[in-house]
Write a protein that binds this ligand. Structure first.
Ligand SMILES: [Zn+2]
Length: 353
């Protein structure tokens, strides 16, 4: 029995989606690809550095208040590429949470700012992808913790995928990429298999049709929300970790949802499977062993208790011996100010949509 755990890790986040909540709806989406087009690709082109900063601060604050001390983020802002990773890092530094950042390159917008037609594979690297790779290169060259981001193979040319893989090797890191999340990306494994390594972070892998090297990030709730089907992570030989795909940063909640979805698929499974996925994150973000979360619940070392306890909240959080949360309140910064600035930024963002 213990009240304490190490810091938790969100292994696949999109901090810019913190401000997407309540965004005006466009035409209604009918499948995964149209969700990307009507929500996320509408939103990301409207981001600027100030909006990115406040959305990161808000997402980081909400994460650490849930006991998550490290965020692995995947970011895209096609009209604010240069400096975007510094803006996210600064927003997270205000709160004091650990980060691993990347810019997710894509060729989905050609050099005339026209969106790729469905089923079309980009033939060569676009200017946007080139600038995204430069942003990753610049950020990683400062010594910051990060990866090289790729949106997904279906929106990238072979040239871009190969350049991203090479850049990751040069920085001794991996590529963070969406893999086979929906049917539109069902050829992901064959496009990526010549480049992937154990350092790669593979988000989703719902329709993965062959082995691919890397750690799989399972995002149970996001997959259900997008109606893409179950990823069956327990059947994979890869290391599996958990992410939220931008729906908050509460990893206890995410792991309970992942458990319910696992049991729906196979009632013989136990909470130990999802517990392992949650703990595996320390293998890819070992610094969280230096962080302590004290919870309002005393069975935090028990998979069978935590899987069924929906009210275990973080009370105190220290990151590298520095107090960030005390008595369930942020002490490093002013949450009221972050919420208010984020609300102003969201208003500006929504007016552009
Ligand atoms: Zn994602």
């Amino acid at each position: 029995m213990t009240f304490n755990t190490h810091g938790l890790v969100c292994a696949h986040h999109h901090l810019y989606s913190s401000l997407a909540r309540g965004m005006p709806t466009g035409e209604s989406a009918v499948d995964f690809l149209s969700i990307l087009k009507t929500v996320w690709w509408r939103l990301d082109v409207a981001l600027d550095l100030d909006i990115i900063y406040w959305s990161a601060a808000l997402g980081a604050a909400e994460a650490v208040l849930s006991g998550t001390t490290a965020i692995i983020d995947h970011h895209e802002s096609p009209n604010a590429i240069e400096g975007s990773l510094d803006a996210i890092a600064a927003g997270c530094a205000l709160v004091g949470v650990r980060t691993n950042l990347c810019y997710g390159v894509t060729d989905r917008w050609n050099d005339r700012s026209t969106l790729l037609t469905d089923g079309e594979q980009p033939r060569s690297m676009t200017d946007g992808a080139r600038r995204g790779l430069l942003e990753c290169d610049r950020y990683l060259s400062t010594g910051a913790t990060g990866m090289v981001g790729v949106h997904a193979s279906f929106t990238c040319s072979d040239e871009t995928i190969e350049a991203a893989a090479d850049l990751a090797i040069r920085h001794d890191t991996g590529v963070h990429v969406h893999v086979a999340e929906g049917q539109a990306d069902s050829r992901a494994a064959s496009r990526l298999k010549d480049f992937a390594s154990d350092k790669w972070l593979l988000a989703h892998c719902v329709n993965l049709d062959q082995e691919l090297s890397g750690t799989i990030v399972h995002n149970a709730r996001s997959n259900m929300n997008n109606g893409v089907g179950y990823a069956h992570p327990a059947s994979r030989s890869n290391l599996v970790v958990l992410g939220t795909d931008g729906i908050g940063g509460d990893m206890q909640e995410e792991s309970r949802i992942a458990y319910a979805r696992l049991r729906e698929s196979d009632v013989t499974q136990t909470p130990e499977t999802v517990w392992r996925w949650l703990q595996n994150a320390e293998k890819i973000f070992p610094q969280v062993a230096n962080d302590t979360v004290t919870w309002n619940y005393d069975h935090m070392d028990s998979p069978w208790h935590t899987a069924f306890t929906t009210s275990n909240n973080a009370v105190d959080v220290t990151i590298n011996n520095k107090t960030v949360v005390a008595n369930s309140m942020l002490v490093t910064c002013d949450l009221v100010e972050i919420r208010s600035k984020a609300a102003e930024a969201a208003q500006r963002l929504f007016e552009r949509l």
